[in-house]
Write a protein that binds this ligand. Structure first.
Ligand code: TEU
Ligand code: CA
Length: 545
């Protein structure tokens, strides 16, 4: 496959409102990002993905945009954003912005116009339908955040469609005028010199013809991958994307491996890379056999055709060491093992802020301590349906999006050094032990391990372009695989377990002349034989053999 800069990149995701507050209002801000660019650069990453910072009523933390070309006050100003871009570039890094074009805020001027009357010229910028004969919603679909995808608007007596919250009406991509507005907006940002887009919920752009009732409304996959989505993305590529040297990554819920090449195939003219959600959405806790099976299927589907991403957490998905590792007894080992996995599997690695110091999920004691609209709406609906509030609360804790949204832990001081004011969401109490200051002072920290993983990628194309073979199929705790590229062979050995496991090297592997690439237990040097290797709890080793 053709080598490109973006295939070789490591991306660091910044959820700026939880990163660093510089004016004491309790919200992180773009000045805070600027202040920490040296820190981010010291990790060695190539690209920063910035979560939405556009004008927004903030019902869904910026994913409800009311003005695409303005920076929201909490984040800063356009001038500060411009300084940020410049400072990122000065440090040799790149910046990608979050593009949210499946929906807007219900406060966007387009929606205010659209809802004002049936014959408003912008009526068809959104999706409006008459009620069913009995006055009920046009169909039985459920939305991500609400019991229905439809909300009745009294002004005109029609329902509008929303895949997410009531305050996030979906745009109607069937309207050529709307598409042209979006493309113009995208060019406006690209012409400012940004380096690409993370594209929110783009698998949802095309809706099912006729909005038929679903047989199983609780399986909301009908929202995604409908006929027409590839035409829209191809048009977007022709009109906008192909004219810039950028990284694009589509957030593609519900897609299957066979869809991968359709979205990211180099001959298709749509996107560069994708996030699929077979792990994050469909594997609630660690399941080794399932994980391997997902990796193998996606690797085979995209090989020589398209480009995958690797991530185990982000602002929507609980921190990996808590959800997929062991944050109680082996936090550091486990965080390093998961990092090894993400950085040595095929696909572009993403690091979510705080992951590089092994930050964990959180358990606050009351629903009042939470902010996440997905969690709060679900709580509201289940309690209204008569379920026990405490039980509902407990059940929502493990996957609450706020697990990942608590502020970055910079030091052991009050509020973890995040703010001098009152943080918009409480800081995890474990900031006294887990924080950047501690990590930078400890040569064995997760931070320095990540730094090494990233450095290795720059020196070893096998991590990017190497073929992948699973050598441990069927094993429930060990994950052993090799990567091979132009005569270089890497062996990755991971024991995702609280106990020891032994692995015997298959015939045909000559270990003489092997070299240790990286390991998360300090006594591993590369001198040891690996014919028969007993891996300790959450041990990770990579050899070149
Ligand atoms: O998320 C879409 C979403 O619902 C993800 O949580 C889901 O895991 C994935 O798409 C696959 O189904 C995006 C943003 O990341 C999220 O923060 C927003 O709330 C949402 O879109 C609405 O804009
Ligand atoms: Ca602030």
């Amino acid at each position: 496959m053709k080598r490109t800069w973006w295939k070789e990149a490591v991306v660091y995701q910044i959820y700026w409102r939880s990163f660093l507050d510089t004016n004491g209002d309790g919200f992180g801000d773009l000045q805070g990002v600027i202040a920490k660019l040296d820190y981010i650069q010291s990790l060695g990453v190539d690209v920063i993905w910035l979560n939405p910072c556009y004008e927004s009523p903030d019902r869904d933390n910026g994913y409800d945009i009311s003005e695409y070309t303005t920076i929201m006050e909490k984040a800063g100003t356009m001038q500060i954003w411009e300084t940020l871009l410049q400072e990122v570039h000065t440090r040799g890094m790149k910046l990608i912005m979050d593009l949210v074009v499946n929906h807007t805020s219900d406060q966007h001027p387009w929606f205010l116009e659209s809802r004002s009357s049936k014959d408003n010229p912008k009526r068809d910028y959104y999706i409006w339908r008459d009620p069913k004969a009995d006055g009920s919603a046009p169909n039985n679909w459920r939305s991500y955040f609400e019991p229905s995808t439809w909300t009745l608007d009294e002004t005109t007596g029609q329902y509008y469609f929303h895949s997410f919250a009531v305050e996030q009406p979906d745009l109607n991509w069937e309207s050529p005028a709307l598409r042209e507005e979006i493309y113009r907006m995208m060019r406006w940002w690209l012409d400012k010199g940004i380096d690409g887009f993370r594209m929110d919920a783009v698998a949802l752009l095309a809706k099912q013809e006729g909005f038929p009732d679903a047989e199983h409304p609780e399986d909301i996959s009908y929202l995604a991958n409908n006929p027409g989505v590839h035409e829209y993305l191809h048009e977007m590529h022709e009109q906008v994307l192909k004219h810039y040297d950028i990284l694009t990554v589509g957030e593609l819920g519900f897609i299957k491996p066979e869809d991968g090449p359709l979205y990211t195939g180099e001959d298709r003219g749509e996107l560069n890379t994708l996030f699929h959600f077979e792990v994050a959405d469909e594997m609630p806790s660690w399941d080794m056999l399932r994980f391997k099976e997902i990796q193998t299927r996606w690797y085979q589907a995209l090989k020589d055709k398209g480009w995958n991403s690797q991530f185990l957490n982000n602002h929507d998905h609980t921190r990996q060491v808590t959800r997929y590792g062991n944050d109680r007894d082996f936090r550091v080992e486990s965080a390093k093992l998961l990092g090894t996995l993400v950085h040595t599997l095929p696909g572009m690695p993403y690091i979510y802020q705080g992951e590089e110091i092994g930050m964990t999920g959180v358990r606050f004691s009351s629903i009042e301590d939470y902010d996440d609209i997905a969690m709060k709406n679900k709580y509201r609906d289940l309690v209204a349906a008569g379920r026990d509030p405490q039980e509902v609360f407990e059940s929502l804790l493990p996957l609450s999006r706020d697990n990942s949204r608590t502020p970055m832990q910079w030091d052991a001081s009050e509020h973890g050094g995040f703010t001098t004011g009152t943080p918009w969401i409480k800081v995890n109490p474990n900031h006294t032990e887990i924080n950047v200051e501690q990590a930078l002072a400890d040569p064995n920290s997760v931070f320095y391990y990540y730094k090494k993983l990233i450095q290795l990628r720059k020196e070893n194309p096998v991590m990017v372009y190497g073929d992948y073979f699973d050598l441990s199929e069927g094993h429930e705790e060990l994950y052993i695989y090799k990567r091979e590229f132009e005569g270089t062979r890497w062996l990755v050995m991971l024991n995702h377990s609280d106990r020891e496991n032994t692995f015997t090297l298959p015939a045909g592997y000559d270990e003489s002349g092997k070299e240790l690439v990286i390991a998360n237990y300090a006594d591993v040097t590369g001198e040891e034989s690996i014919q028969e290797t007993t891996l300790r709890p959450h041990e990770a080793r990579v050899y070149q053999i």
